[in-house]
Design a protein around this ligand. Structure first.
Ligand SMILES: [Zn+2]
Length: 221
């Protein structure tokens, strides 16, 4: 017999289940060898003007991206080596040999992969790497991000906000608006690249879904 008492607990359990939507993160590390450590420390010093002995960050910003590549494996393989491949990405290679990467990579089905310890340095956003966690999503303008990815990004941002003192959530295309703010640290004022990822619609949707966190964007920094 379903008593009022039992009904109360049934409702309580379903409420807790919904609230706690467990996040599943798959660890799939890229190479973070001595070369990557050395180049990350060099990047921190020469680009951000920060001298450190460990390649770690204090996360304040989450930057969402799309990969512009169509598969998880092509992106994973591109991020894997410590150095940019010879002749690749000339616009950014002249600034540093450190390969690009991100702390997280989300596949089309919403699977969240962690590519390195969350508070390790990754090169994914000019001027802000020293305090930014990057979340890459397999997709592009012609290959729009999926609903599963939207949900996974939301879960991941909520998870990171519980662990770190995150103040900002931005799309990569918004990064340059931080120039001339105290957060921006890049020694060459002319070093900027044009970005459109992960699309304005995706940012609008994710911000709508997580208004409760009161994260700042670029207009109110
Ligand atoms: Zn990007």
């Amino acid at each position: 017999m379903l008593t009022k008492f039992n009904l109360f607990f049934l409702l309580l359990i379903s409420y807790v289940t919904v609230q706690a939507q467990q996040i599943k993160i798959v660890d799939k590390p890229i190479s973070y060898d001595s070369t990557r450590i050395k180049l990350s420390l060099q990047y921190l010093k020469e680009r951000h003007g920060i001298t450190q002995t460990a390649p770690t960050i204090t996360p304040k910003i989450i930057v969402l991206h799309w990969t512009a590549a169509k598969t998880f494996s092509s992106t994973f393989n591109a991020f894997y080596p410590a150095k940019l491949p010879n002749g690749d990405r000339k616009d950014i290679a002249q600034v540093s040999a450190l390969n690009t990467s991100s702390q997280f990579l989300i596949d089309r089905d919403g699977t969240i992969y962690r590519l390195m310890p969350e508070n390790y340095f990754a090169r994914h956003v000019i001027g802000l790497n020293y305090c930014a966690i990057g979340v890459e999503n397999v997709g592009s303008a012609d290959f729009p991000l999926t609903d599963a990815q939207l949900k996974a990004n939301e879960l991941l941002v909520r998870y990171l906000c519980k662990k770190y003192n995150i103040e900002y959530l931005i799309g990569h295309y918004e990064y340059a608006k931080f120039k001339n703010t105290p957060l921006w640290k890049e020694t060459d004022p002319n070093y900027l690249t044009g970005k459109n990822d992960p699309g304005a619609d995706f940012m609008l949707n994710i911000r709508n879904n997580m208004k409760d966190l009161k994260l700042k964007g670029v207009s109110n920094n």
